[in-house]
Design a protein around this ligand. Structure first.
Ligand code: URA
Length: 288
């Protein structure tokens, strides 16, 4: 815009069209007053991550696959120095939470993850804290953000049916996400956001102490198990997650990654693969 050629103000109907177009494109939250060039920011982060000091260990928990011991988990190379401070603070706070209620309270007051600003509320967990089976998804969507509970939308309804198919009710299992705040427009959480939230979900798993964790989707499996492979390679096989340490006994939990229910809604032909995974879990839970 220049003073010689000002852009005429938009009429209300035109503005409504623009807003509708934004919403259709997934832009449903105002994040800041000015635009950000995320491409330039991530290029700067990549340059910084090549500096020798850039990565630091993020915790005692490590993932081991059934076949090989995975390398110790460390913050992704793309995590900035300020995000590393947030990760360290998240580790301290998570380690100090002695109960699930305390962990929820810590998350309610934690300001280290920017997603908290755009989310309606914390989406901590649903289900039975004494469950033998725990599900971990990626991040809340719009329905979850509104209700403050994970997996309550269409994907959650499919999850309920899958749980019922192995003879359990939603109230028998415990459900959480790697990231407990909804990313605006349901975008994928950034590596920073995931790294900052990871200590909390690891502590959540340690406090629930289930026999089995099912990772719902590739993002959850890659994060919890520190794996690079996608879900088509990791699903259907048992992995192990080392959990606890410090004030809680250290132990390995069996982890079964499976396809995300939202993916299954789009690709119903693959439901049979998820069914195989759920059957393997049901068998393991029954001790057979
Ligand atoms: N997808 C997720 O990964 N988690 C939810 O809670 C809902 C949808």
């Amino acid at each position: 815009m220049t003073p010689d050629h000002p852009i005429p103000p938009l009429e209300a109907a035109e503005l409504a069209h623009v807003l509708r177009w934004y919403a259709d494109m997934g832009v449903d939250a105002a994040v800041d007053e000015v635009p950000h060039d995320r491409f330039a920011e991530s290029a700067a982060v990549t340059r910084q991550s090549q500096a020798p000091h850039a990565s630091a260990p993020i915790g005692a928990a490590q993932a081991v696959s059934a076949h090989a011991v995975a390398p110790a988990r460390s913050t992704p190379a793309s995590v900035t120095a300020s995000a590393q401070d947030a990760v360290l603070s998240a580790q301290d706070l998570a380690a100090g939470a002695k109960t699930l209620d305390a962990l929820r309270a810590v998350l309610e007051s934690f300001d280290g993850c920017g997603l908290k600003k755009t989310a309606t509320q914390l989406c901590f967990a649903d289900g039975n804290p004494q469950a033998k089976l725990m599900f971990v998804g990626e991040a809340p969507g719009a329905d979850e953000d509104r209700q403050g509970k994970p997996f309550v939308g269409r994907a959650g309804q499919l999850l309920n049916r899958m749980v019922a198919a192995i003879g359990l009710a939603r109230e028998d299992v415990y459900i959480a996400n790697v990231v407990p705040w909804r990313p605006p427009g349901n975008r994928t959480p950034t590596p920073q956001e995931t790294a900052i939230c990871l200590p909390f979900v690891l502590r959540q798993i340690a406090l629930v102490n289930p026999d089995i964790v099912m990772c719902l989707g590739g993002a959850s499996a890659q994060t919890l198990l520190a794996l690079k492979d996608g879900i088509t390679k990791t699903r259907g096989r048992w992995h192990k997650l080392r959990i606890g340490g410090g004030d809680l006994p250290e132990r390995e939990i069996a982890v079964m990654p499976t396809l995300h229910p939202a993916y299954l809604l789009r690709t119903p032909a693959h439901k049979r693969l998820a069914w195989q995974d759920f059957r393997a879990v049901a068998k393991a839970l029954s001790g057979a």
